[in-house]
Design a protein around this ligand. Structure first.
Ligand SMILES: *Cc1c(COP(=O)(O)O)cnc(C)c1O
Length: 430
């Protein structure tokens, strides 16, 4: 459940009218609901109370320092995939000793930084990476905690760009080779300490079944590793899906009652706890999208409309540089006018941005109210892989970000200035 809803004819985030935020900070602006994030954190906590489970928030989904700080203050750990993310977490007050560091191509400076910061564990994806961390740890006179990402070869039934747990992906070590690899680590890599095992089968999974299949497949190996190497944790990754199509309605309880098939934190926990509890290990959960995805919208303004031969276009002031998901993996975002329109009067249009690419659309052939130039729109479910994937393409300054807390709101990222857009560039001959 999230806290975006129409009140008195205008779309609100919690108790704040979104048009007030647009007036204060302009568009495009990402608007996050603190209450939504905190409630979801609580839901994880309660759903997994029966086992020793900890959250390692996947920073790549949303890396704004204010959001990381919020999670750190609630005791969350973090799943990071670069030295830059580790730096952000530490800056926001996060504890490196609660950080797992994943990713297939960690560099030597990143590995050194992570060892000297005292991270909880490296999540390794290849034998050569393990040998490199072993070598670097030896040079530093240290012993690095490691876990390997096992690829359980389970199809997550999600988009091909975000499925990661089959043997055709670049991620992890095939399940058939994991035991001999752990034996090699134990006997040959003296500056590594085997601390756990990890898996992550994909993103935006909307059913529980693939998670259950993967956990069932890997659990016996985890039990053997606990016996043999004394591992202390199993990270079962992230990947819980959110509501994109139906997002606005999913802010109401009735929507959930009529969509019992949609994965929830509760149904995920209920299916997995019986399989995890007997292991008697610390379980790490790495949700990214599920914690922040439905907790934000991107506010944008309709600039022009154009009626072509075949199509109607609504041009907005946000582009694929602000939210790349539709262009990158056919991501779907609901788009609603901030001023409530009468029910039922819909047109079909493409909602497109200012970028010089045909792929620069936020919606195609979409039924929506006939919004006019000047009107504010909210692109829903924009909290995960939204701002964090944005870029300066077409020399567009990065959007602003705002955090709503009840009836107040505060800026958590200023809109980028043109000066800062070029501040790292070097002009020769000047
Ligand atoms: C991206 C990622 C996650 C988070 O995935 P979500 O689908 O956002 O929950 C978790 N773990 C790892 C290793 C990842 O790469």
């Amino acid at each position: 459940m999230h806290h975006f809803a129409y009140k008195n004819g205008s779309l609100h985030c919690e108790e704040v009218n979104l048009s007030d935020i647009a007036e204060a900070y302009g568009t495009p602006t990402f608007v996050y609901s603190k209450r939504t994030i905190l409630e979801d954190l609580d839901e994880f906590k309660h759903a997994f109370a029966a086992i020793d489970a900890h959250i390692a928030f996947a920073v790549k989904a949303c890396s704004n320092g204010a959001i990381l700080q919020l999670m750190a203050q609630r005791g969350c750990g973090f799943d990071i995939v670069s030295g830059g993310e580790l730096w952000r977490v530490i800056r926001a007050g996060g504890n490196p000793a609660l950080c797992t560091y994943a990713g297939v191509a960690k560099t030597e400076p990143e590995i050194r930084y992570a060892i000297s910061s005292g991270i909880y564990c490296f999540i390794c994806e290849s034998e050569n990476e393990l040998r490199e961390i072993d070598r670097i740890a030896a040079e530093m006179g240290s012993v690095a905690p490691v876990a390997v990402r096992v690829n359980p070869n389970v199809d997550a039934h999600t988009h091909k760009y975000i499925t990661t747990g089959t043997n055709e992906n670049k991620f992890g070590i095939d399940i058939s080779r994991i035991e001999s690899l752990y034996a090699d680590i134990a006997t040959q890599m003296h500056h590594l300490r085997i601390r756990g095992l990890q898996m992550h089968i994909g993103s935006q999974l909307t059913e529980v079944t693939p998670f259950v299949m993967a956990v069932e497949k890997v659990a016996p190996i985890v039990a053997r590793f606990k016996e043999t190497y004394g591992i202390e944790f199993w990270s079962i990754g992230g990947g819980i899906g959110i509501v994109y199509d139906g997002c606005l309605d999913s802010g109401k309880k009735e929507w959930w009652d009529s969509h019992p098939e949609q994965i929830t934190i509760k149904s995920y926990a209920k299916a997995l706890i019986p399989l995890l509890k007997p292991l008697g290990l610390r379980i790490l959960l790495e949700p990214g999208r599920r914690l922040v995805g439905n907790a934000a919208v991107m506010l944008t303004r309709c600039i022009y409309e154009k009626k072509g031969e075949a199509k109607t276009f609504k041009m907005i002031d946000a582009g694929m540089n602000d939210i790349i998901r539709p262009a990158l993996y056919e991501g779907f975002h609901e788009i609603h006018p901030v001023r409530e329109h009468p029910a039922g009067e819909l047109i079909v249009a493409d909602v497109v941005g200012p970028i010089c690419e045909s792929g620069d659309f936020q919606a195609q052939n979409r039924s929506l109210p006939d919004v006019k130039p000047g009107e504010l729109l909210a692109e829903m479910s924009a909290g995960a892989y939204g701002f964090s994937m944005s870029s300066n393409y077409n020399s567009r300054p990065l959007a602003a970000e705002v955090l709503v807390d009840g009836s107040s709101f505060s800026l958590i990222r200023r809109r980028q200035t043109l000066e800062s857009l070029v501040s790292d560039e070097v002009l020769p001959n000047s």
